[in-house]
Design a protein around this ligand. Sequence first.
Ligand SMILES: Nc1ncnc2c1ncn2[C@@H]1O[C@H](COP(=O)(O)OP(=O)(O)OP(=O)(O)O)[C@@H](O)[C@H]1O
Ligand SMILES: [Mg+2]
Length: 368
Amino acid sequence: MIQVRNVTKRFGAKTAVNNLTFDVQPGVVTGFLGPNGAGKTTTLRTIVGLVRPEVGSVTVNGTKYHDLPAPMHEVGALLEAKAYHPGRRARDHLLALAQASRIPRRRVEEVLGLVGLSDAAKRKAGTFSLGMAQRLGIATALLGDPPVLLLDEPVNGLDPEGILWVRKLMQALAAEGRTVLVSSHLMSEMALTATHVIVIGRGRLIADSTIDELVRTSSGSRVRLRTPMADAVLPRLQAAGGTVQPGDDGAILVSGLEPKAVGDIAFEAQVPVYELTRLEASLEQAFMELTQEESEFRGQGSEGAQEGHGALPSSGPLPSNGGEAPAAQQGWPAPVPAQGWPAGQQGGAPGAPSQGWPAGQQGWSGPA
Ligand SMILES: Nc1ncnc2c1ncn2[C@@H]1O[C@H](COP(=O)(O)OP(=O)(O)OP(=O)(O)O)[C@@H](O)[C@H]1O
Ligand SMILES: [Mg+2]
């Protein structure tokens, strides 16, 4: 287990890590996420004592890194892919580290095999591609067979087979009861790899939860209800705290309510239900929502991307969350106010009644 407590680290005027507190539990892969410059690498370096924070402390299994009697057997870290002498052969790089930590030679061969570098063991590490360097870095981290692993963007530069391999490796290591903290910018990969995530922005903690929880509480997660009697159920959904928008296929998209609540409300309103589906946001959507105010560095024209898939036309192809994109991503109008759909929105007829859906709007009043 890793315990980060009230850590603050400044570089001159720049506060890289700001009063950061979190735990990393053993037994699951924990993703460490945040925009560029958020402070992920600085935090990881703090855990292994390469950075000394001005305030706060970090312990690994209850002990500060500097006080660990055999650090390579306690914590394995991949912080920099090319942290080796370029003129040294891959095997010799590992051998030197092994000998310094009294690790037997056969473990070097083991980790070379584990990361798929046995055939390249005699090559000078300086000739390695980025993906090969990452593999050597992972081999280095695993050398002491440590119960705690820190991996900073380990899949950066890996081919698809390599990415899949790292995913399975991390999950297998966690399943053995190890603590695995891994940073990445590949949200889809993180969603497949990690169970828990810690999200930081500008050095501060933004989220510390399971991916399931993060995605469920994202405003991008909604419930799709299809009924031929939308008018009857709409005010009830809003009264229960739901935010309601039209889907482009005539269904109602409800955010802020669970499918059970939407189903109960439809039942109480005695409307036929043709479809009731949970639409989960992607981890990427949840991440964008959490960090859109926290990105220090934005490319020109990336404002839409900050909202997830801003380049999508409103009637264009939809993301893979079941056929709907969150409101902000499709240029939809603001959420429906307390009573009904405002006149004039989405082609609604001017002067439409203040209750329910206006005439002519996406076929809402007709059967779905
Ligand atoms: N040695 C240093 N000297 C000065 N500033 C630093 C140093 N190391 C990090 N910083 C600054 O601290 C901030 C956090 O950097 P860090 O590398 O921890 O971010 P990160 O979350 O790992 O970003 P990325 O996703 O780009 O890897 C950045 O503004 C960075 O410029
Ligand atoms: Mg970094």
